[in-house]
Write a protein that binds this ligand. Structure first.
Ligand code: AMP
Ligand code: ZN
Length: 463
């Protein structure tokens, strides 16, 4: 039975889908005015792991992810510059050129990280009419009102506002920036449509004149269009809880009077050197940069898989080095299993599978599942172990079917036979068979290598 942590209830809940066997899921996508950094990508690794667990459990997925190719503003409030507009003006390119360029790179990054694409990818610019209609319905129902610079959602009409973030209105007002917009009825009212001044590049005709949609309306309009008024799961990063998702809920539920999403799931942040990751601090990295430094995308994915999605993950190069060694070793030992002739009985393998399934179904506990896989690799070298590992990899997405290729391409240039002996020696050591371990060390030496014990297992050096 799958259990997931629901931000709405702050509890792990038994998962029950709305329509038997099919899951409707919306994931907040990127704003494509710049490269996605590794923090952003951690959130999509989480989305992918969740999708893979659901698929592994036999569900059919109907997933939607948006691409925000209209600028939302530099602050979560309704002030500041439009990010897309700013970038376009800085570079002399059109917003579409900027958006297409970064969308392509984002898609390539997802592919490199084995992140499966949701079934529908929805670009904001292709759904402006849906958003305008949504705003119109809000205005007609009395939930939104026009001012001289836009259309705002009146949160006093939605008493449940704040339920997701568990902040009451006073707390939210206390945290709000100094108001410059005196036409708003309540300080926390947010823009669903902004009127554009003439030099704003992206603008569309609307019943309120030329303008552009608010960021939150984008996700409400597109999720409801593709998934209906009520759907199963909504994902995003934890930073979306207090404003973006709170506003989505207000927009959705004001109109329908229904609870729009059953399970809100949020991925925790990635930090760098225990602090915030930000472009201005110069501590963000892209997948391409990591590749240039010699870390393959799979090493980054492995690094992410070592932390539960609800835990902060601190990015360090020491951590990446350790992930690299571990990933390489995992590939190495699985390759040895793929050639292994030992017999492992089916009951033992079933127990490992059961343990693995329990871990992934316990709120997507991937670190624990990875632990089960590692434990399984300690079995005598057997091709059935490799086969089961490949089944597990349907969830992990670590390209373990390409273990051999990875080792050939990225591994040390130590011959396969020597690595196999070193793996066997490690196993012997773990089983406290010191005589065998020494024997194997001798054999490795005869082949011209020394084996040193290390934190990650062993290191092989040419003599
Ligand atoms: P954005 O393009 O800014 O809308 O962000 C795309 C996604 O990345 C959103 O789901 C954010 O919640 C998420 N995100 C932003 N920064 C980080 C971070 N440091 N760690 C994890 N996720 C993040
Ligand atoms: Zn969103």
């Amino acid at each position: 039975m799958l259990k997931v942590y629901n931000t709405l209830s702050r509890k792990k809940e038994d998962f029950k889908e709305l329509n038997k066997g099919e899951i409707t899921m919306y994931s907040c996508g990127p704003t494509v005015y710049n490269y996605a950094h590794i923090g952003n990508l951690r959130t999509y690794v989480f989305m992918d792991l969740l999708r893979r667990v659901l698929q592994y459990d036999g569900y059919k997925l109907k997933g939607v992810m948006n691409i925000t190719d209209v600028g939302h503003l530099t602050s979560d409030g309704d002030e500041g510059e439009d990010k897309m507009d700013k970038r376009a003006k800085e570079t002399g390119k059109t917003p579409k050129e900027i958006a297409d360029f970064y969308t392509n790179i984002f898609m390539t990054d997802l592919a490199k990280l084995n992140i499966g694409l949701p079934e529908t990818i929805a670009k904001a610019t292709e759904h402006i009419d849906d958003m305008i209609q949504y705003v119109q319905r809000l205005v007609e129902a009395g939930f939104a009102y026009e001012t001289s610079d836009g259309v705002y959602f009146d949160i006093s009409k939605f008493p449940k506002y704040g339920e997701l973030s568990r902040l009451n209105l006073d707390e939210q007002i206390a945290g709000a920036r100094v108001e410059v917009n005196s036409e708003k009825r309540n300080p926390q009212d947010f823009a669903v449509w902004k009127k554009a001044d003439p030099n704003h590049i992206q603008q569309w005709p609307s019943p309120w004149g030329m303008g552009y949609p608010g960021w939150h309306i984008e996700c409400s309009a597109m999720s409801q269009k593709y998934l209906g008024e009520v759907f199963d799961i909504h994902t995003g990063g934890v930073d979306h809880i207090p404003v973006h998702h709170e506003n989505e809920i207000a927009q959705n539920e004001a109109l329908t009077g229904k609870k729009s999403v059953d399970y809100w799931m949020h991925g925790e942040f990635m930090l760098v050197d225990n602090g915030k990751m930000s472009k201005s601090l110069g501590n963000t990295y892209t997948i391409a940069q990591l590749e240039q430094m010699g870390y393959s995308p799979m090493v980054f994915r492995y690094f992410c898989l070592n932390a539960h999605y609800r835990k902060k993950l601190n990015f360090t190069f020491e951590g990446m080095d350790a992930a690299k060694v571990s990933y390489e070793r995992l590939c190495g030992i699985l390759r040895s299993h793929s050639y292994g002739l030992a017999l492992v009985d089916q009951d033992t393998l079933n127990e490992f599978k059961q343990e693995f399934d329990n871990a992934i179904n316990d709120d997507i506990n991937i670190p624990m599942a990875l632990g089960v896989l590692w434990k399984m690799t300690k079995l005598p070298l057997c091709s059935d172990v490799y086969k089961l590992a490949l089944q597990m990899d349907k969830v992990l997405g670590l390209s373990l079917d390409k273990a051999e290729e990875y080792i050939k391409k990225n591994g040390t240039d130590v011959p396969d036979e020597v690595v196999a002996l070193a793996e066997e020696r490690l196993l012997a050591k773990q089983q406290k068979d010191w005589t065998k371990a020494d024997e194997l060390r001798g054999k490795i030496k005869e082949m011209g290598y020394s084996v040193l014990d290390s934190k990650e297992g062993y290191e092989l050096k040419k003599l």
